[in-house]
Design a protein around this ligand. Structure first.
Ligand SMILES: Cc1cc2nc3c(=O)[nH]c(=O)nc-3n(C[C@H](O)[C@H](O)[C@H](O)COP(=O)(O)OP(=O)(O)OC[C@H]3O[C@@H](n4cnc5c(N)ncnc54)[C@H](O)[C@@H]3O)c2cc1C
Length: 407
């Protein structure tokens, strides 16, 4: 397999790197200050002025909706072409939004492009593609083990021309943001169907519908991740038109499969960028920092960790590119094993590399003076979100065991 970047991708990488150098890295402090300023003004989940200022610039630079393979709606790049670009954006936690490439909007846009009706596209997809609004995905529920999505209990019941929704979700990332205007919600339209994968449906719920209440914001290692937020949301007798149902009753799992594959690989691409940046910071630190009479870089333990980091990052990158190539050539469903493999490998790799980088920085590594602490939390949560490690390992083992069990 040839994973050399094509001339088109090389050109895009250069353009993206130049944009990062001019507009993103120099503004890391400003972003933090503006988020803090919003919080001081009592609106932690307000839009961040810097992001809104940079979005038109990114669009003018042709760096917009790069994640969407459908050329009619986005950049028309394959997964393999997008991977090195997502990696560059991943180097700064908040930068993907500047390019309209941030989760969960990317997954929601993909769902609407592939499965949305024309009416749904007009009302929800096009404003998202323009970066005018944001969205959330509400699947996980506090009351049930949501890593097994067949457990989801939220009910979606038809009543004439409307569906009535009742349930409690949490960790609906982005829902607290003032610019988030709708949820794609997963619930059950047919809870008694003997096929547990046909019980679920996905439906669009505008955030301002009566009966939708943001109950509380959930913290992640003590951080509320403003301006995004991962709130608990109550849906009480929420009524939406039947035309808000996506694809049809009982098709929720089918949509989830289409959504989660690209979503997972995008996260992995981004955290490879984070790990790469963490290694850069580590190397700079151990060269400059002198302890016990010599730079840390001259201590064998740091050389070993640096070497191990390089091995781990490159292994993960090749696995990601391989999964991306498979998704492009045989489709997301057939590439399920490769997607599961990187979903385990990349977050675990990033946790280790970033952890070493924090250690190399001593106390400073835990602070806002470096992006490492935020990076570690992001990598760590990916060992649970979008399917815990164990569930993906289980899926990989199932693939491996299949020929032996069917003998
Ligand atoms: C920061 C963050 C953002 C998130 N964003 C979203 C979002 O936008 N939308 C959304 O719907 N959800 C979101 N989630 C939720 C996430 O997808 C779920 O937490 C995840 O799917 C696991 O579900 P659960 O929390 O109910 O854990 P459970 O299902 O209760 O699982 C708990 C643990 O059990 C173990 N386990 C589960 N299955 C197995 C198995 N087969 N074998 C062995 N062990 C197993 C695993 O260790 C797992 O961590 C987010 C979570 C976080 C932390």
């Amino acid at each position: 397999m040839d994973f050399e970047y094509s001339p088109k991708v090389q050109e895009l990488r250069q353009r993206l790197q130049a944009f990062m150098d001019e507009h993103i890295y120099p503004n890391e402090r400003r972003y933090r200050e503006e988020v803090a300023e919003n919080a001081r003004n009592g609106n932690a989940y307000a839009a961040v002025p810097l992001i809104e200022e940079l979005k038109p610039k990114a669009r003018a630079a042709g760096l917009w909706n790069l994640f969407l393979p459908e050329a009619e709606y986005g950049a028309g790049l394959s997964n393999l072409e997008y991977a090195p670009l997502a990696e560059i954006m991943g180097r700064v936690m908040w930068s993907s939004e500047v390019f309209n490439c941030s989760a969960p909007d990317t997954g929601n846009m993909e769902v609407l492009v592939r499965y949305g009706s024309e009416e749904q596209k007009q009302q929800w997809l096009y404003p998202l593609l323009e970066g005018k609004i944001r969205s959330a995905f509400a699947m996980t529920e506090p009351a049930v083990a949501s890593s097994d999505a067949t457990n989801i209990e939220t009910s979606i019941v038809r009543d004439g021309d409307e569906y009535v929704i009742n349930g409690r979700k949490w960790f609906s990332s982005g829902a607290s943001n003032e610019r988030t205007k709708f949820f794609i919600l997963m619930g059950k339209t047919d809870p008694d169907n003997p096929n547990r994968h046909k019980q679920q449906s996905q439906i669009i719920v505008p955030k301002d519908t009566p009966g939708v209440t943001i109950v509380r914001d959930m913290s992640v290692y003590g951080n509320y991740h403003a301006p995004k937020g991962h709130p608990e949301v109550l849906f009480e007798n929420v009524r939406v038109p039947v035309s808000n149902l996506i694809l049809g009753e009982g098709r929720g799992f089918e949509i989830a499969q289409g959504r989660l594959g690209p979503g997972r690989i995008h996260h992995c691409m981004r955290i490879i960028g984070q790990a790469e940046r963490a290694l850069e910071l580590l190397c700079k630190r151990v060269v400059d920092r002198v302890a016990f009479g010599k730079p840390l870089a001259e201590q064998g333990v740091w050389r070993e960790r640096i070497a191990e980091s390089r091995i781990l990052i490159d292994q993960a990158r090749w696995l990601v590119l391989n999964a991306a190539h498979k998704m492009d050539t045989v489709g997301n469903k057939v590439a399920a094993k490769e997607i599961a493999m990187i979903k385990v490998a990349a977050p675990n790799m990033a946790c280790q590399v970033i952890d070493w980088a924090i250690q190399a920085h001593g106390a400073a590594g835990y602070t806002e003076d470096f992006p490492l602490a935020d990076m570690w939390v992001y990598a760590r949560h990916l060992r649970t979100a979008d399917g815990p490690d164990e569930v993906h390992r289980n899926a990989i083992a199932k693939h491996e065991l299949r020929p032996y069990l069917n003998r």
